[in-house]
Ligand binder design. Structure first.
Ligand code: ATP
Length: 279
């Protein structure tokens, strides 16, 4: 998870190549977020891009990665905040926090404000918190509208949610561009595995990788990453404490297909078919 220190803007180093698949969302985002910052002169009048976008889809599919990538591509300052932390962590201060966030983003523009779990901006809570939650939402709408009416502000708000049906209508209406971020297809899963294995010695053939791809239908990008991490630990787990202390790195055996077969028994798809009906 993200830590508080990451709320305040930094410039992330994520490139589109780090994100497997998701061409639809990537292209849409380039058009509304990246190109307009590169060529403001092109994007006037009818071509003024919307200030808000929504990324929706199952957990662990790269929504946060896309948010970071936008900021990297646009050389913008990236602010990342989880909407649920606004209501829980800063009890009574959430509104102020929201206002401060937009104020800093305005100072440091171009900025991208990424709001994770944006559906929880209006989730049902106990009475006291419900009131706080409503005030935060109202403040958010005010700030969004402010950013939208001030044409000179270069602030893009990107909301992400796993539960689009729970998103408040007023919020949804303002996030004009909406992109579905689906589970990765075979080609994307292959790219994730190949990329992660790229930095290690391994003995998987093309056919082995193809088999891993076949066996991981329904896995999210995050599941694929966990699977590869689990497999990568295979060769290390065989070592004794003595080996760990004395062995040379080049003598550790390479990651094998059987490491993946074992990892597949440990790391399962985290998104069920029932969950997918939501999208
Ligand atoms: P959540 O809805 O749970 O916040 P998310 O959609 O924002 O999830 P990320 O945090 O972007 O998901 O992804 C989690 C991790 O999974 C990433 O850091 C990355 O390692 C891996 N991952 C997910 N999707 C992809 C993808 N399309 N390509 C490459 N890696 C991916």
């Amino acid at each position: 998870g993200r830590t508080d220190s990451q709320v305040l803007g930094d410039k992330p180093q994520v490139s589109w190549d780090d994100i497997a698949g998701l061409d639809h969302a990537k292209n849409g985002i380039m058009e509304m977020a990246v190109y307009p910052l590169m060529r403001p002169d092109f994007f006037r009048g009818l071509r003024v891009p919307p200030k808000g976008a929504l990324l929706f889809g199952p957990p662990g599919t790269g929504k946060t990665l896309i948010g970071k990538c936008i900021a990297a591509q646009a050389n913008a300052t990236f602010f990342s905040i989880s909407a649920s932390s606004l209501t829980s962590k800063w009890v009574g201060e959430g509104e102020k926090m929201m206002r401060a966030l937009f104020a800093v983003a305005r100072c440091r523009q171009p900025s991208v404000i990424f709001i994770d779990e944006i559906d929880s901006l209006l989730s049902q809570r106990t009475d006291g918190e419900q009131d706080a939650s409503r005030r935060i939402k109202t403040e958010f709408l005010i700030q969004l509208d402010g950013a939208a009416t001030n044409a000179d502000d270069q602030i893009l708000i990107v909301g992400a949610t796993n539960r689009p049906q729970e998103l408040d209508e007023a919020v949804r209406r303002r996030l004009v561009k909406r992109y579905y971020v689906p589970l990765p297809e075979g080609a994307a899963r292959r790219q994730i595995v190949a990329r992660l294995l790229g930095t290690h010695s391994h003995s998987l053939t093309e056919e082995d990788i193809e088999e891993v791809v076949r066996l991981t239908a329904g896995y999210s990008g995050s599941d694929m990453t966990n699977l590869c991490k689990e497999a990568a630990m295979g060769p290390i787990r065989e070592l004794t404490a003595h080996d760990i202390r004395n062995m040379r790195l080049e003598d550790v055996r390479s990651i094998s297909f059987s490491d993946f077969q074992y990892a597949l028994t440990q790391v399962r798809a985290s998104v069920s078919e029932n969950d997918l009906v939501l999208y």
